[in-house]
Ligand binder design. Structure first.
Ligand SMILES: [Zn+2]
Length: 349
């Protein structure tokens, strides 16, 4: 809309006037106004999501706590957007021909840095973490790690209950910050065997190097994105003459549009890749635990607790889901046991 109405030019002029024509400062003002506009347009949806979680008793977070989270998110997105956008327009001015390649390299370096510092810098802005305080689970984890031939650096309790009643677990970080995080909502309601199954799944992500591989995929996608953005920008400035020059930062909504369109187009492919990784982590879990039964009960508990759709329509799952549906994961576990039984049984003809 900003592009169609030409309001992006109005905002740019305001930013330039407010900053006394200082380019870098003007870019900062422009980003600030864009972030505020998006938030004003989006706050209704965010509030609806908050009310929805409360209505179905998935969360008892207070409005005040929610507003504080929203404020922190807004400030964080402003800071991160400023770093990325300032760098992009700096490279455009520095190297108008090959800016997209330089911007891509810088973006990738930032992305790796973010993946590394996220568990220790970004997540603690919203959640509390503490080292796992459960000796039984710890010793099971050490054994899982030994079998996998990889030591686990850390397992942390993730205080998710303040925000939601849903349970979750994840593998995060890179190198020294690599860790498994387990929600307190999971630790409280699941048996040791069930938590072990969840841990084994997360360990599967670690053993199969899924974080590194996902960064590789991100690298390929953003490479295409920056190249496409450069082509579109060139056209918009040189052929269509919609903007005053390449360094005109009123082009920002156009760049955002290119990246958004690309991620919508690639979403089914990226989700398929994610589901492939999840199935691999599940198989790793089946191999490492004594029985798949706790995995199955944990999955069913998760579905009930999170109000997840156990069996979504095939196309919804294909297009939008980053994880296989619960029914498919349970079926895979059952099939695994069947296969194991079949191969262990004496052959008869
Ligand atoms: Zn997973």
């Amino acid at each position: 809309m900003l592009l169609l109405t030409g309001w992006t030019g109005t905002i740019r002029d305001l930013a330039l006037r407010g900053s006394h024509q200082i380019y870098t400062l003007a870019v900062l003002f422009y980003i600030g106004m864009l972030v505020v506009i998006s938030k004003v347009l989006g706050i209704g949806f965010d509030y609806y999501a908050f009310r929805l979680e409360r209505r179905y008793h998935l969360s008892d977070q207070t409005l005040r706590a929610w507003l504080w989270d929203e404020t922190k998110t807004l400030l964080l997105s402003f800071v991160l957007a400023t770093i990325v956008v300032e760098l992009v327009y700096w490279t455009i001015r520095f190297a108008p021909q090959s800016w997209w390649l330089i911007a891509w390299v810088i973006f990738l370096a930032l992305f790796v840095l973010m993946a590394q510092i996220a568990p220790v810098v970004l997540f603690p802005i919203f959640y509390k973490f503490s080292p796992l305080n459960n000796d039984e689970l710890k010793s099971r984890l050490v054994k899982l790690g030994e079998r996998a031939g990889t030591p686990i650096r850390g397992v942390y309790e993730w205080k998710l209950s303040e925000k939601t009643k849903k349970a979750n677990a994840a593998l995060t970080g890179l190198g020294a910050t690599r860790r498994i995080i387990l929600a307190d909502t999971l630790l409280e309601n699941y048996s040791t065997d069930e938590i072990e199954a969840v841990l084994a799944h997360e360990l599967g992500h670690h053993v199969h190097r899924h974080i590194l591989k996902s960064i590789g995929v991100q690298a390929a996608v953003t490479f295409a994105g920056f190249w496409l953005a450069s082509e579109v920008l060139q056209y918009a400035v040189d052929n269509a003459r919609w903007f005053e020059g390449l360094s005109d930062f009123a082009t920002l909504p156009l760049l955002i549009l290119v990246f958004s369109a690309l991620s919508v187009l690639l979403m089914p492919v990226l989700n398929a890749y994610s589901r492939f990784n999840e199935r691999q982590a599940d198989r790793y879990c089946f191999q490492s635990v004594r029985s798949v039964e706790p995995f199955v009960t944990a999955m069913n508990k998760l579905a009930a607790q999170n109000l997840a759709e156990k069996q979504p329509s095939k196309w919804v799952e294909r297009l939008f889901h980053s994880h296989p549906s619960i029914s498919n994961r349970v079926a895979a576990a059952r099939a695994w046991t069947q296969q194991l039984k079949a191969s262990a049984a004496p052959r008869s003809r």
